[in-house]
Design a protein around this ligand. Structure first.
Ligand SMILES: C[S@@+](CC[C@H](N)C(=O)[O-])C[C@H]1O[C@@H](n2cnc3c(N)ncnc32)[C@H](O)[C@@H]1O
Length: 288
């Protein structure tokens, strides 16, 4: 990575061990790191001591706007720095990495993309749920419930998507669950279709709620499940009963069954820990 360039780097889904070798190389050579909310803070320790670390994630009351992020990328690169733009998961999966690359291309700044392990596949995998499985599911789609997290709303054609594939993976859907479930059922997904919600997947705070489309909204409310959550819809969810592997030491809790009134917020159920494995900035309520 030469000076005056930007690497748009995927940090992986949460577990710091899921970062790629290339991503680590870029981080270790960085002069400036601009990082998001879902990035494990321990990864920042990989950058050299002199490297400037700039949080540009989205939190309530602390919202760095995308145009400002674009400006910072261009500014630091023009100062001849090795800039790493570190993003959760894969930068080209609902990560706005391509928008940032567009800005850099227009500004004539050399850049590279370092793909990451996306939460869309890795988070279900840590819950023992494959995207496909011979005889159960031979297609999957990844959709977002927020087309633009800044504006809200969705341009996803839910009626088309609902039955087009065997497995549906939905990102950023925690706050819109009821509406999504309604649309899926109206569009032809059976109410008894299994669904899993996985919060903070791949980290030691992973919590999983499994139910059917008919009862997931109540179960999610009872568990007070807040973002970040990956939802998986389809028969592959049943495989969790056999393939559940993560959490021998108490992680990967199934959320408790209860009512919204008697349930303890998930965060209070988390086991005490020393160094948090999940990104620490997430303690602040999120917008997404
Ligand atoms: C803005 S999108 C970014 C996705 C990212 N580029 C990727 O490839 O994973 C953020 C959403 O990803 C999902 N997500 C990312 N990491 C997660 C994790 N560790 N556990 C659960 N959901 C996660 C959630 O749906 C969250 O709202």
């Amino acid at each position: 990575m030469s000076p005056g360039t930007v690497a748009i780097v995927g940090a992986g889904p949460g577990d710091a061990g899921l970062i790629t070798v290339r991503a680590l190389e870029r981080l270790r050579a960085a002069d400036v790191v601009l990082y998001d909310r879902l990035v494990d803070p321990r990864l920042l320790d990989e950058a050299p001591a002199h490297a400037e670390r700039i949080f540009v994630g989205k939190r309530v009351g602390d919202h760095v706007l995308q145009p400002r992020i674009n400006e910072l990328l261009v500014l630091h690169a023009r100062r001849g720095r090795r800039v790493v733009r570190l993003k959760g998961g894969d930068p080209f999966v609902f990560g706005r990495g391509s928008e940032e690359a567009d800005v850099l291309a227009a500004a004539g700044i050399p850049f590279e993309i370092v793909p990451g392990v996306t939460s869309a596949v890795a988070v279900p995998a840590y819950a023992g749920i494959p995207a496909t499985h011979r005889g159960v599911a031979s297609s999957f789609a990844v959709v977002t419930a927020h087309e633009d997290p800044d504006k809200g709303g969705s341009t996803v054609d839910w009626s088309a998507v609902a039955t087009a594939v065997d497995t549906l993976v939905i990102l950023m859907g925690a706050s819109r669950l009821a509406g999504i479930v309604d649309r899926l059922v109206v569009a032809g997904r059976r109410p008894d279709t299994p669904i899993a919600l996985i919060r903070w997947g791949t980290t030691d705070e992973q919590v999983v709620v499994t139910a059917t489309l008919a009862d997931i909204v109540d179960r999610a409310a009872a568990a007070a499940l807040r973002p970040p959550v990956v939802a998986v819809v389809g028969d592959v969810v049943r495989l969790r009963e056999r393939l559940r592997w993560f959490g021998e030491d108490g992680h990967d809790r199934d959320a408790p069954v209860g009512t919204a009134d008697d349930a303890e917020p998930v965060e209070q159920l988390s086991r005490p820990r020393g160094a948090a494995r999940r990104p620490q900035t997430a303690a602040t309520p999120s917008l997404v």
